[in-house]
Structure formats: C-alpha cells, structure tokens
Write a protein that binds this ligand. Structure first.
Ligand code: SF4
Length: 140
C-alpha cells in the first residue's frame, strides 16, 4: 500500500538537512526510511499537518499525539515555514514545496533567512541544513 507521509512544516527543512544523526536509534531508523523515500521518489506526496507527524512517531521527545516536549521551539519553526509557503493542512508534492522553500531561502544574504526560521535548533550547527538547501541538493 502507498504510504502517505505526514510532515509538519519545519520537517520540510529537516528532511533536507538530515545527515544521519538523531535523538535515538529508533528515530534514526525512521528518519533514514522517510528521507530515503522523499529523496528518491520525485513524485512523492506529503500530507502537511500542523501537529506531530510521521517523523515524530519514533522520537523520544514526542509526549503524545499533538504534543512535543520542545513545542516552545518547534511550533515557532513550523510557523516560519507556514508563512513562507502559505501552507494549509493538505496534500502537496514534496518536490514542489522544497523547490519553493529553497528558492526563498537561498535568495537572502547567506543563511539569514534560514537562521530566522530555525537558527536556534540544536541541529543547526551540526547538520548539513544550510549546505544542502543552498545547493538545492534534493531538488530534482
Ligand atoms: S523533537 Fe518534537 S518536532 Fe522534532 S521530531 Fe521529535 S517530537 Fe517531532
């Protein structure tokens, strides 16, 4: 059966920046599986949700459906991406969304636009987010 991947808005960034590190072994396994699918299937569609999603499912920070221990940060990251893409909770082409998002982010000064959305994320400095987004590595 075709799996519909649910993604919260800021995970449109994480699925591009991810480089194999994560919160736990289960989280990494799930992240590997989902990013592999999104990065290899140019027709992949995602269900955008403004709450916990398919990546949160195996995360130790998920408290329950709809609640993340880091909501004070991650809801702000989501808000930034919703604003840029004018998102609604609906199904979209993953490629169309990341194309638009990367276009917007790389037309600023260096990484200022990305930093404004998620610069205080703990992974910002250790993952390859800006490099991948700037080079449009996963846009086909
Ligand atoms: S930290 Fe929160 S938003 Fe990020 S994957 Fe875990 S539960 Fe989801």
């Amino acid at each position: 059966m075709y799996e519909i991947i649910r993604l919260r808005p800021h995970h449109l960034l994480c699925t591009q920046g991810y480089s194999g590190k994560g919160y736990s072994d289960d989280f990494v396994l799930n992240m590997n599986r989902i990013t592999e699918k999104l990065r290899s299937d140019r027709n992949a569609r995602v269900e955008i949700v403004f709450t916990t999603d398919s990546l949160c499912d195996d995360c130790p920070f998920k408290v329950s459906d709809g609640i993340c221990k880091s909501d004070n940060k991650v809801l702000g990251f989501d808000k930034g991406v919703i604003k840029v893409l004018d998102l609604e909770e609906s199904a979209y082409s993953y490629q169309e969304l990341i194309s638009k998002l990367d276009e917007y982010l790389s037309s600023g000064i260096e990484d200022e636009r990305l930093q404004a959305i998620c610069g205080d994320c703990k992974w910002y400095a250790v993952s390859a987010c800006w490099t991948h987004i700037k080079n449009k590595k996963y846009v086909v």
